[in-house]
Ligand binder design. Structure first.
Ligand SMILES: NC(=O)c1ccc[n+]([C@@H]2O[C@H](COP(=O)([O-])OP(=O)(O)OC[C@H]3O[C@@H](n4cnc5c(N)ncnc54)[C@H](OP(=O)(O)O)[C@@H]3O)[C@@H](O)[C@H]2O)c1
Length: 254
């Protein structure tokens, strides 16, 4: 028996990295899971990786920054799973650069996926979450950079700061209905979003610099975020809403 037996979960960006691990963690607890992303390859590989739960994993190609795509995904989720209990807004991208260096379209891209994508997806799935009733929830994957400014990260930082305020505003709006809305703010985790900077620095140098940023002197693993996700979406957290939970080896304790 799993903690999420029969619960229906959608993880955006669930084909790789943190999203893939969150999806896998939910399947281990008995959930029926849909994962979405733009590229079919990683989604199918992720489903293959969850071999023991393969018949409970649905793959949906969807760009969360496109409202029509997301509306089609909502219809597909309802058809495939009969509704939704947990929405995880995890899809995200990074573009590094100072405000005057970044092309405006690069800033727009980050905001349209990391922030507007979460807005579009939450709006599209709230009717299904309402049908599921009290106990349904939304989890947004932010970053320590939602509350800490970093050099050459203006687009990413403002997108995650917006996502955190979105979390709190929607949490208030949905609280009377018993729908909870929370966020996790991870520190550095070794996933494909880090590939560009890993390529620039070399893996060992990247790892040592990143470890040094965290008081615990280690970087995070996708499973560190996934276990926090299970907690925030589960019954042990049923009076918890509007919270931004750092999962960051102490980075924001300073
Ligand atoms: N790794 C870290 O150090 C770290 C730290 C703090 C926060 N985070 C956050 O954690 C989340 C997951 O990132 P990750 O670290 O696991 O990196 P990742 O492996 O690159 O995951 C990002 C996922 O988002 C999907 N995605 C991107 N744009 C999308 C779009 N328009 N529509 C649908 N899906 C889209 C990607 O798939 P496609 O490209 O196929 O669409 C990919 O599967 C992100 O929100 C990121 O900001 C990561």
């Amino acid at each position: 028996m799993g903690q999420f037996d029969g619960k229906r979960v959608l993880v955006t960006g669930g084909g790789t990295g943190i999203g893939r691990e969150i999806a896998h963690a939910f399947t281990r607890q008995g959930a029926i899971v849909a994962i979405c992303g733009r590229r079919p390859g990683p989604l199918k590989a992720a489903r293959d990786d969850m071999a023991e739960a393969r018949d409970r994993v649905h793959v949906i190609e969807c760009d969360v920054s496109d409202p029509e795509d997301v509306a089609a995904m909502a219809a597909r989720v309802e058809k495939l799973m009969g509704g939704l209990d947990v929405l995880v807004n995890n899809a995200g991208v990074d573009e590094r650069g100072r405000i005057e260096e970044l092309e405006l379209r690069a800033i727009d891209r980050v905001l349209s996926i990391n922030l507007r994508g979460a807005i579009i997806t939450t709006r599209a799935f709230l009717p299904l979450l309402r049908k599921a009733g009290r106990g349904a929830c939304v989890l947004n994957i932010s970053s320590t950079l939602g509350s800490m400014a970093e050099e050459s990260s203006v687009a990413y930082c403002i997108s995650k700061a917006g996502l955190e305020m979105l979390t709190r505003c929607v949490a208030l709006d949905c609280a009377p209905e018993g729908i909870r809305v929370n966020a996790i703010a991870p520190g550095v985790v070794d996933t494909p979003i880090q590939d560009r900077i890993k390529g620039e620095l070399g893996y060992q140098e990247w790892r040592s610099q990143m470890e040094h940023l965290h008081p615990m002197r280690s970087i995070g693993r996708p499973k560190d975020v996934a276990s926090a996700a299970l907690f925030l979406c589960g019954p042990e957290a049923d009076w918890l809403t509007g919270v931004i939970l750092p999962v960051d080896g102490g980075m924001t304790a300073r």
